[in-house]
Design a protein around this ligand. Structure first.
Ligand code: ARG
Length: 462
């Protein structure tokens, strides 16, 4: 059998062309969406009197057979068929004859591929959102267990102010909530049906795009066919949403790498998600967070790559757009496995409370509290309070202790206006709980954040 489009050609395609031009190697992933789309299209053609009963039934039966063959591994993928759309149509026609040839009425591969690819992106948008919710749930569960686990909050990777580990987990839960919402809004914005746009300008056949849109789970047909067949914004949004989410995953991974080092020792990753060294028997490496950090790069690449493919294209479809798929598949697959494994890593890691609390005694974390104390309790202007605190820090350094470990007498030797209750003020836990403003790190405010996010999760998950 020659090419489906071979009518106007007198020479056969070269095998080099087949190799270069074909997308079948990768777009075969779209088979189930292609079949689903064709069945909806055939149903509409039948309802509109374009296909008779027998033709429609043959198509339904034939497509069932094609689906079965693909899933059983019996389908012969032949690169000279170019892409999944023509491979399936060819097999259908072999199976059912003339009715197969009528399926492509009022349709072009341009709207067909726009449909299949959009169905793929929408389906995986839902899968990814579900995985994001699972990860948020794990972060919130971890947060709940650790509202009393103190660790140094950092800026510039230097000890800054004491926070609790639950609060730290909730920072990531907040990022992933935004990610979820980005996927959700992309889903809603792009839930429009491309089918029926044909090559670029619509079709003279009396089709019903409302019907196919509804049949396929879209909210409505798209507005303008010229735009639709050359629109890949839905894929770009997916790529951007994934890249941003992977950036969050990468930041958390970076912390896991640091935290699991001997220097920090804040967490111990479970053996099930750690790897060994081929030469150093003592080693336990955090390969999973490292890979998550590393894989983030390719998801950025996939985004920039498609943006670049699209930037110079005149309306409407151009073959350049066939380059939209591999990067998108790669980002989607990377996102799905990354979310799944990160969730396991967090669920199974051990949080080393003592090490975290030990680390709070480094860096005079309650220095700001002493300054605040001097302002509030002693009526000292902030600039002066800042200076006095500096002297107290110097004294602690000189004694080789943390500011929170100085006693009342030592502090009073610096400024006589200080009273003994200062000691309690400088305790790390007091310092944390003092930050009781909305969104702050106090035990109470952290618990409030957890509660809010749990309610949101309930709304999303039912
Ligand atoms: N394999 C093509 C793609 O992925 C399908 C659309 C081809 N349309 C065309 N007019 N050649 O973009």
């Amino acid at each position: 059998m020659g090419k489906m489009w071979s009518g106007r050609f007198s020479e056969n395609a070269s095998s080099l062309l087949d190799k270069f031009n074909a997308s079948l190697e990768f777009d075969r992933k779209l088979y189930e969406y292609d079949i689903k789309g064709s069945l909806a299209h055939a149903k509409m053609l039948h309802a509109q009197g374009i296909l008779n009963d027998k033709e429609y039934q043959d198509i339904v039966k034939g497509m069932r057979q094609v689906l079965h063959e693909i899933e059983a591994g019996d389908f012969v993928f032949d690169i000279s068929d170019e892409d999944i759309h023509m491979a399936i149509e060819k097999r259908l026609t072999q199976l059912i004859g003339d009715a197969g040839k009528k399926l492509h009425t009022a349709r072009s591969r341009n709207d067909q591929v726009a449909l299949d690819f959009r169905l793929y992106v929408q389906a995986h948008n839902e899968i990814i959102r579900d995985l994001v919710l699972t990860l948020i749930r794990t972060l919130v569960d971890t947060a709940e267990k650790h509202v009393d686990t103190m660790l140094p909050g950092m800026t510039h990777l230097q000890h800054a102010q004491p926070i609790n580990f639950g609060y730290h987990m909730m920072a990531y839960a907040s990022m992933f909530k935004r990610d979820y919402e980005r996927f959700e809004s992309s889903f809603v914005r792009n839930n429009l049906s491309p089918i029926g746009c044909a090559a670029l300008a619509g079709t003279p056949h009396p089709i019903d795009r409302q019907m196919t849109a509804k049949e396929l789970g879209f909210d409505a047909p798209t507005l303008n066919c010229l735009d639709t067949v050359s629109d890949r914004d839905f894929a770009l949004e997916m790529l951007f949403n994934i890249a941003t989410m992977m950036m969050h995953i990468s930041r958390l991974s970076e912390e896991l790498v640091l935290w699991s080092s001997s220097e920090f020792g804040f967490v111990t990753l479970s053996d099930a998600y750690s790897t060994g060294s081929s030469i150093m028997p003592q080693k336990k490496n955090p390969d999973v967070p490292e890979l998550l950090r590393g894989k983030t790069g390719r998801t950025y690449g996939n985004l920039v790559s498609l943006l670049t493919v699209m930037k110079g294209l005149p309306l409407a479809y151009n073959k350049d757009m066939q380059e939209d798929k591999e990067g998108t598949f790669d980002s989607v697959e990377t996102a799905e496995i990354s979310l799944t494994i990160l969730n396991e890593v967090i669920k199974t890691m051990t949080v080393n409370k003592e090490r975290m609390e030990e680390a709070c005694k480094i860096g005079h974390l309650s220095a700001t509290d002493l300054a605040d104390y001097l302002v509030e309790k002693c009526g000292i202007p902030f600039r002066e309070a800042h200076f006095i605190t500096g002297r107290a820090v110097a004294l602690a350094e000189q004694k080789g202790v943390d500011l929170s470990e100085l006693d009342a007498k030592e502090l009073q030797s610096i400024d006589s206006r200080i009273s003994p209750d200062v000691v309690e003020y400088l305790s790390i836990r007091h310092s944390m709980n003092a930050r009781n403003s909305e969104g702050g790190t106090s035990r109470e405010k952290t618990a409030e954040q957890i509660e809010k996010l749990k309610n949101w999760l309930k709304e999303k998950r039912g």
